[in-house]
Design a protein around this ligand. Structure first.
Ligand SMILES: Nc1nc2c(ncn2[C@@H]2O[C@H](COP(=O)(O)OP(=O)(O)OP(=O)(O)O)[C@@H](O)[C@H]2O)c(=O)[nH]1
Ligand SMILES: [Zn+2]
Length: 366
């Protein structure tokens, strides 16, 4: 949803040549033409900090405010809250402050269930072509978490790529890769060390054509260190990992960077609470093996939860499908459905009822 101007003002200024290095291209131009006139200039959101946005223009980055009118439109569901990576139209009077007025329709978007109940969906990054799903090799490597990241990337329209970092600290890389491959068969996997430089050159092709790549991964897996290597400069502070092995949260807000060798990188804060939001379709495409088996289920809408003629349950019974894999699929499906239900419009009555039910069940709310 986009706030549209009624009057037929001229199109806002866009320095296509200068912004090409930040990902401006044909579809963005088409989206701008479709949006119509109004506003002074187009730029790309490179950071957000508590409702103040940093916008990249041809002549540098400027802070931009989201005016009350647009905030109210967001609340009414008539406009979208800008995210890092969005192309935005702004008012930029000479010598005056920069004010956001519209967000161009998104080509892709990576979103998760927000931390806390009220805020709904949280878009992590917009207009992303590739999602680098970063995990550190070692004890914290979680195939189940990676499955979620793959689902999130596919649901948002980005190409998932698994990066396994800190290879210099780890002996048995091959078996870790095997484990990851078993949950992400169709996804490219790269083993890296940002300290020795191992594997980094193989990442360049993902940036070809000034594509936008986002780094996703838990805190402490080495995203900032990798970002600095990708940019050839120390732009992001690297946190010392605590003695207990848990990463420290050093990234305060996400930011968008242009690579000197081409392409754009977006660094996000650690995803402490990765939830899925309306990602049922993404969940399915992250499990192509189960989808293939499910074609033989008797019912086309089979949920593989004990329906008659279910080929998926049968495959587990004869051992061609691992039980843990199905459990993980079903768990994510339930979560995606629950999140989708929560996203629907709810009256305050229902909300009160929901709270009463939760209290009855003795579940604590955060
Ligand atoms: N040995 C080794 N250590 C690494 C490597 N990459 C990162 N580290 C270390 O891991 C720690 C965490 O790295 P960061 O880059 O801050 O991790 P992050 O994912 O950005 O963490 P947040 O900013 O909290 O999201 C730092 O002490 C890095 O020096 C690597 O390839 N090898
Ligand atoms: Zn079935």
């Amino acid at each position: 949803m986009v706030v549209k101007r009624e009057d037929a003002s001229p199109l806002p200024r866009v320095d296509a040549e200068a912004l090409a290095g930040y990902g401006w291209g044909l579809w963005q131009q088409e989206a701008l033409d479709a949006l119509g006139g109004g506003g002074d200039e187009v730029g790309r959101v490179s950071a957000e900090h508590q409702g103040v946005f940093l916008v990249r223009f041809a002549d540098g980055e400027r802070a931009a405010a989201l005016p009350g009118k647009m905030r109210r439109a967001v609340v009414r569901g008539e406009a979208i809250w800008p995210a890092v990576g969005d192309w935005v139209v702004v008012d930029r009077p000479p010598g005056g402050s920069v004010v956001l007025r519209a967000v161009l329709p998104r080509q892709t978007r990576l979103a998760r269930k927000a931390v806390g109940e009220q805020r709904g969906e949280q878009v992590l990054a917009a207009n992303v072509d590739v999602a680098f799903l970063v995990s550190a090799l070692g004890a914290d490597l979680s195939p189940r978490r990676l499955e979620r990241y793959v689902a999130l990337a596919l649901e948002g329209g980005a190409l998932p790529v698994v990066l396994l970092t800190k290879a210099d600290l780890y002996e048995d890389v091959a078996s870790a890769v095997e484990v990851v491959r078993s949950v992400a068969a169709e996804v490219a996997i790269h083993v890296l060390s940002s300290h020795t430089g191992l594997g980094l050159a193989a990442l360049s092709p993902y940036f070809a054509g000034e594509r936008t790549v986002v780094l996703l991964g838990s805190s402490g897996v080495g995203k900032s260190t990798l970002l600095n290597r990708l940019l050839g400069a120390d732009v992001q502070a690297v946190g010392e990992v605590r003695a207990d092995g848990k990463g420290r949260h050093t990234t305060t807000h996400r930011q968008l960077f242009r690579r000197p060798d081409g392409g754009v990188v977006i660094d996000t804060p650690g995803m402490r609470e990765l939830g899925l939001w309306d990602a049922e379709a993404g969940v399915s495409s992250a499990f192509p093996d189960i989808e293939a088996i499910a074609e033989d289920c008797r019912f086309s809408d089979c949920r593989h939860e004990g329906e008659p003629g279910c080929a998926v349950v049968a495959a587990v019974a004869v051992g061609t499908l691992e039980r843990g894999r199905l459990d993980s699929f079903l768990g994510l499906q339930v979560e995606a459905r629950r999140a989708a239900a929560k996203a629907g419009p709810r009256s305050s009555n229902e909300r009160v009822l929901g709270r009463a039910v939760a209290a009855r069940l003795g579940r604590r709310r955060r």
